[in-house]
Design a protein around this ligand. Structure first.
Ligand code: PMP
Length: 312
């Protein structure tokens, strides 16, 4: 065997990681137009299998990002899901949780800055182990970024393209320089948008509040999940509405949500303690616990969200 996780799926072919290279001349222009996804597959001890979590929706979002980037994919969402399940099958025996990175970029070497519309996309899928932090009492601190969020009218937040992450990186470095873990970005109207790689939610007077997509927020699959679990399974009222910076300072609870962040409670924003300033609040803990049980297929009726990996 080539070893767990050492395979890359590339345009329909499984190949050893070492062989999945592109020429140096392609890197710059390919990066400008590249779109990607981050997906998790969680091991379920109840069902003794890995499940891709909302895998098809992530693949559809990748195809949507490529479409908006004027790149043509020869693969549909089902083909990308099928390829991922095969990659996951090579990990199944390890019982590990996997991070899945599907991405696409302009195929070939381009010597003009503006890669034209209709350029074929090359698509690759990579997998690696990650350690879930759900249910381990993990927390973070936040700082409002001194860099405002990029204008979604100029570069849509709904496109998960690498070029949107330059702003995220500047804000992350800025937050760290001020002693916080993650940034929170405001848009030109001063509304809270999102973090560099996760969405933001807060709890005020027992209600869960998250900024609307129209303020410049990625249509996060974790956000969709959290909103649905809160509303339908935990009986929490949810509001999607613009959020002012100062509400972060007054909120009972604040947390980040995203595939990699999972549900990550914040205990401080700009130096203001959130709740007791040390531990997650009650609503966040309930959501984190329900999210854990959902992705690991412990509770609930979420088979539509779970793509199992059957041992051949
Ligand atoms: N916002 C940004 C900027 C992100 O990069 C991510 C991670 N993909 C998210 C939000 C969360 O999205 P998802 O829940 O789909 O992972």
């Amino acid at each position: 065997s080539a070893g767990y996780g050492r395979l890359i799926w590339r345009d329909g072919v499984f190949m050893p990681w070492e062989e999945a290279t592109v020429h140096i001349s392609s890197v710059g222009h390919a990066s400008v137009s590249a779109a990607f996804e981050g997906v998790h597959a969680y091991w379920s001890s109840t069902r003794q299998t890995l499940h891709g979590f909302r895998l098809r929706e992530h693949m559809q979002r990748l195809l949507d990002s490529l479409r908006m980037s004027w790149l043509e994919s020869e693969f549909d969402a089902d083909a990308l899901v099928g390829a991922t399940v095969e990659l996951l099958a090579s990990w199944q025996a390890t019982g590990k949780d996997l991070h899945i990175r599907p991405w696409g970029f302009a195929a070939g070497t381009h010597r003009q800055q503006m890669v034209p519309r209709g350029t074929p996309a090359e698509i690759a899928i990579e997998t690696w182990e990650f350690e879930s932090k759900l249910g381990q009492g993990r927390t973070c601190t936040l700082a409002v970024s001194s860099w405002p969020r990029f204008n979604p009218g100029a570069s849509p937040a709904s496109m998960k393209v690498f070029s949107n992450y330059h702003n995220g990186r500047l804000g992350t470095i800025d937050a760290r320089a001020r002693g916080a873990d993650w940034p929170v970005f405001l848009n030109a109207s001063g509304h809270v948008t999102e973090s560099s790689g996760a969405c933001v939610a807060l709890v005020r007077r027992g209600r869960l509040i998250t900024p609307p997509l129209s303020d410049g927020v990625l249509d996060s699959i974790t956000r969709r999940t959290v909103v649905q679990l809160a509303r339908e399974e935990l009986g929490i009222d949810v509001e999607t509405r613009p959020v002012e910076r100062t509400e972060l300072y007054l909120a009972e609870e604040v947390f980040l949500m995203g595939t990699s962040a999972e549900v990550l409670p914040a205990v401080e924003v700009d130096g203001f303690p959130v709740g007791d300033g040390r531990t997650a609040g009650e609503v966040t803990r309930a959501i984190e616990s329900r999210y854990h049980d959902t992705v690991r297929a412990v509770t609930g009726d979420h088979d539509a969200w779970l793509t199992p990996v059957h041992l051949g």
